[in-house]
Design a protein around this ligand. Structure first.
Ligand SMILES: [Fe+2]
Ligand SMILES: [Fe+2]
Ligand SMILES: [Fe+2]
Length: 432
């Protein structure tokens, strides 16, 4: 049923950067714009193809470590007050994934000013060397934040050029300001930048140096996405690790092949991908959500689906991942699918999501015991919300399924503790 996958790293990175930019209209297309500028500068400088593409990947993901909307808004100011925390978080998320390890190094220092490079604690902590790519992402990012999206772009190009030129040798490496000057002289540079099709231009240019991921790489990238999704908040820090473990173990009980079980694990890691488009402030709201907030929250599975289905090779994983709030009687959201339209993998994911949500500890409450959770699941299966067959399979070996969840979440807690010990702008570690 499932063939070997070969997936483009470029497609996956772009998908991640797009969904991150959906969190507020203020950021719409920001990562694409910065990637376009960075790639244009690298080309103009004649950098080798592979270096260009590393820089473009770094640019496409540069703010992935900005966890809250507030932190992202402050990174959109021309002069960011405390810029390095989100850079360090981004580095710490990305560095474990070998094909993007160099991009992680670039992201780590993407806010270092040229005139502070020799006297910077951040640079020292990173080993004393600032990659050229960091300076390129820095200037590209600052050019992008100067663009007022409500006005015609060509009419602003003069003032943006002046602003950037004033910072030559101060904020920016002089050579890069000169390269930008050349680009800025060409109208098409600005028109590309403000065009909705900037993504496809980018795609064409990055295509040559793209990397095809095999399944193991996909699993490792999905795990990286999992941390990017969950670590935005301590409220969700271990959720997808738990869901993936439960879904995988349930799938193997039901008779999925080994390969299908691994696909289930990937789907579990990605099931809440669309939460990247939900403000952290909402994920962490104490108490009940208002009807309007609930509607915003409900959009997360929609974004999971639309993001993953844009990559044709992931169509099955997209369905398994994104339909976890659909209910077999058709009362779920957002597609209102019912039992016969829901693949078995999606029905497994729904049970895994409910079981994990009920049993996991949250910062504000203890998780239910497996027996209490079993009662809730049985009731939901009787009420035609969850698939009765899948539910009864889960209930027959609750102990081992629960143990798989506990093991995965304990491991993830250790990862999260180390991630959240990185101090964050304007707040102490691990207490957003
Ligand atoms: Fe940034
Ligand atoms: Fe940025
Ligand atoms: Fe969800």
């Amino acid at each position: 049923m499932i063939a070997d996958l070969k997936i483009s790293l470029c497609d996956l990175s772009m998908a991640l950067s797009d969904v991150m930019d959906l969190v507020s209209p203020v950021f719409s297309g920001h990562h694409r714009q910065v990637a376009y500028i960075a790639l244009s500068i690298s080309r103009e400088m004649g950098l080798p193809e592979s270096e260009r593409s590393t820089i473009a990947f770094a640019a496409a993901l540069h703010d992935m470590g900005a966890l809250s909307v507030r932190e992202r808004v402050s990174a959109m100011e021309f002069e960011v007050v405390q810029p390095h925390a989100h850079a360090e978080h981004g580095y710490s998320l990305l560095r474990t994934f070998a094909p993007l390890a160099e991009a992680a190094d670039i992201i780590r220092l993407h806010h270092v000013r040229w005139d502070e490079r020799l006297d910077s604690e951040v640079v020292e902590a990173a080993g004393g060397n600032v990659p050229l790519g960091s300076y390129i992402v820095h200037i590209s990012d600052r050019i992008a934040v100067l663009i007022d999206r409500t006005r015609d772009v060509l009419s602003q190009s003069g003032s943006i050029r002046d602003r950037i030129a004033r910072e030559s040798g101060a904020m920016f490496m002089p050579e890069l300001v000169d390269v930008f000057e050349k680009l800025a002289n060409r109208e098409y540079f600005w028109l590309d930048l403000s065009s909705p099709s900037v993504g496809s231009v980018l795609h064409k240019r990055m295509h040559k140096a793209d990397v095809e991921l095999d399944f193991d790489m996909l699993l490792s990238l999905a795990d990286l996405f999992r941390r990017t999704i969950d670590f935005r908040s301590r409220f969700t820090a271990t959720h997808s690790a738990g869901v993936a473990a439960v879904a995988e173990s349930l799938a193997s009980r039901i008779g999925f092949s080994r390969r299908e079980c691994l696909h289930m694990e990937v789907a579990g890691y990605l099931h809440d991908l669309g939460k990247l488009a939900i403000p952290t402030e909402l994920l962490e709201k104490p108490g009940r959500l208002s009807p309007e907030e609930m509607n915003v929250m409900k959009s997360h599975t929609f974004y999971t689906y639309r993001t993953l289905e844009s990559i044709p090779e992931l169509s099955t994983i997209a369905e398994w991942a994104a339909f976890h709030h659909e209910r077999i009687d058709g009362t779920g959201y957002p597609f209102k699918l019912s039992r016969k339209e829901l693949p078995i993998g999606s029905r497994v994911m729904a049970v895994a999501d409910v079981f994990t949500a009920l049993t996991e500890d949250r910062p504000y409450r203890k998780g239910m015991s497996p027996e209490q959770a079993a009662r809730v699941i049985r009731k939901m299966a009787d009420g035609q919300a969850l698939d009765p067959d899948v539910a009864s399979e889960a209930l027959t070996d609750l102990e081992s399924i629960n143990q798989a969840r506990i093991d995965a979440q304990s491991k993830s807690t250790i990862e999260y503790d180390s991630f959240s010990s990185i101090p964050t702008e304007g707040r102490s570690a691990a207490s957003d």
